[in-house]
Design a protein around this ligand. Structure first.
Ligand code: AHR
Length: 502
């Protein structure tokens, strides 16, 4: 059997894991909102029309923050349409996705749903068709206590207490020619700066995310970040990154290696942030918000009825290899826990999502649900520098791809756990992997989950869910050594506690 060696030391830490890296995203797109989270008349619908079966699955993942209302949708969004009496709200053409938005669910309703699923808002302002004035008015509506035009409008609409949203995105993917109101880096940099200034004047407590590149293959990648940050560095708190991966050519060896691309992307953006910070002689370190990431390609070009309301769109059905990729992307985010403070799996329900619903029927879990749920729940604490010596392979798109991608998290007693290992074996052969956990002793396994399948293309469906994790076995512990058999093409989680734990 192939072998890999991993070393961690209690004192060699990447940084504290900000729980917001387990965030997600709900856009007014497809069936994310309508027949996703909201379906009055559904047998599990609560008094507000929200599906309880979906809320239960969102709570099972434990999603700390949810980005809303877009995405591309936000670049044509007039927030005033989505507040006030539902009967008076206009139906509007959503040019981003070619459909009609009914505005039945708006800011107040979504706020209520967020509270029910124990999550927080990551709100976005429209910097596509709108600008500084609308952004400050919307922020005043959401966060100002009262005694002013827009705060009083909120109170009149039923919310006496301010929503108090802390986290705000300054537009979405403004570098992309597909974006409504697409801008050059100079145009966006200036607008983002002036918007950031008025937003912090309105509420100094807000944290702002400025839009970086839509992915690292954009022609303007790098130059965009440098120029946008040149304008905004002192006025924003995070720079965003987005990326999606796919396997359209059925090249699984390359597909499974895509976290190498994500890792390079993050490193380049950190370098660019630090270049601008250095140039400005700033003491501030710009943090990153990876606020859209996932696998997305299965549903490309799927037809839908133009100008209909909430047709199925972007309904990727995920298989086993997609789940392994999601596992490696989560490990990659954790490896950069010192700089990536927010990340959002895009998206959460029905639209490129871990949770799916049948209209009038059941909610079900996609394959990617599992690495996301387990990493969110048990990947909290401090990320340790995880040094890996692994056998490697070459693929069509990547060379020197390590079979084993892994990270060890020091949980500091959270859930009773000392350490949690997350690992993916990308290779076609099993790898016996020995972890030396320096600074730790008396460990025992409290949970071991393995997700794999001889058929990498196997999917779940509303009828059956054959792809679920199974209990793992074969972990051997000897002092600081923990030896884990990693089956070919598998994702694993091993939770370790101290032996003294009851
Ligand atoms: O998540 C789907 C879309 O992908 C978002 O609306 C957009 O920001 C990105 O291009």
């Amino acid at each position: 059997m192939k072998k890999a060696e991993v070393r961690v030391h209690k004192d060699f830490q990447v940084g504290e894991v900000d729980k917001r890296i387990y965030g997600s995203f709900i856009e007014h797109l497809g069936r994310a909102v309508y027949t996703g989270i909201y379906e009055p008349g559904h047998e599990t619908a609560d008094e507000d029309g929200f599906r309880q079966d979906v809320m239960d699955l969102v709570k099972e993942i434990d999603v700390p923050v949810i980005r809303y209302p877009g995405g591309n949708f936000v670049s044509g969004f007039d927030w005033e349409d989505s507040v006030g009496p539902v009967a008076d709200r206009p139906r509007r053409l959503d040019l981003a996705w070619g459909v009609t938005e009914t505005n039945e669910i708006g800011v107040h309703e979504f706020d209520k749903w967020l509270k029910k699923v124990n999550s927080e808002m990551m709100m976005a302002v429209n910097l596509g068709t709108r600008g500084v004035n609308e952004a400050r008015q919307f922020l005043e509506y959401c966060n100002h206590p009262g005694g002013s035009k827009f705060a009083d409008m909120r109170i009149k609409n039923g919310a006496k207490d301010p929503f108090g949203y802390k986290l705000w995105c300054l537009g979405n993917e403004m570098d992309g020619p597909w974006q409504i109101g697409h801008k050059t880096a100079t145009e966006y940099g200036r607008l983002a700066l002036e918007t950031a200034k008025v937003m912090k004047l309105t509420d100094p407590g807000v944290e702002l995310v400025v839009s970086g590149s839509s992915n690292s293959h954009m022609p303007t990648f790098g130059a965009w970040e440098a120029e946008v940050l040149d304008h905004t560095y002192d006025h924003v708190d995070y720079l965003s990154l987005h990326t999606y991966y796919g396997n359209p050519d059925n090249d699984t060896a390359s597909f499974l290696a895509n976290s190498l691309d994500m890792d390079e992307f993050i490193k380049t953006v950190i370098a660019t942030c630090d270049f601008v910070g250095g140039k400005k002689k700033s003491k501030k370190k710009m943090m990153l918000s990876f606020d859209e990431w996932n696998v997305w390609f299965h549903s490309n070009n799927a037809p839908f009825e133009r100008w209909s309301s909430a047709p199925p769109q972007l309904e990727d059905i995920y298989n086993v290899e997609d789940a392994l990729v999601v596992g490696t992307l989560l490990i990659t985010l954790l490896k950069h826990a010192d700089r990536v403070k927010i990340a959002n799996l895009a998206q959460l329900v029905n639209v490129i999502a871990p949770i799916m619903t049948v209209k009038g029927g059941k909610a079900w879990k996609q394959t990617i649900f599992y690495p996301y749920m387990f990493t969110s729940r048990f990947g909290r604490g401090t990320a340790l520098h995880t040094m890996v010596k692994s056998p490697k392979y070459d693929s069509k798109s990547y060379t020197d791809v390590p079979y084993v991608d892994t990270i060890v998290i020091d949980n500091g007693g959270l859930n009773g756990d000392a350490l949690t290992i997350f690992a993916v074996n990308r290779g076609e052969e099993a790898v016996l992997t020995s972890y030396e956990m320096f600074g730790y002793d008396n460990l025992k396994v409290v949970d071991h989950q393995v997700l794999t399948n001889p058929d990498m293309k196997k999917t779940n469906s509303p009828e059956q869910e054959p792809v679920t994790p199974a209990k793992g076995s074969g972990v051997e512990i000897d002092g600081v050594s923990v030896t884990v058999p990693l089956p070919a093409r598998s994702w694993q989680m091993i939770r370790l506690a101290n032996v003294t734990r009851a």
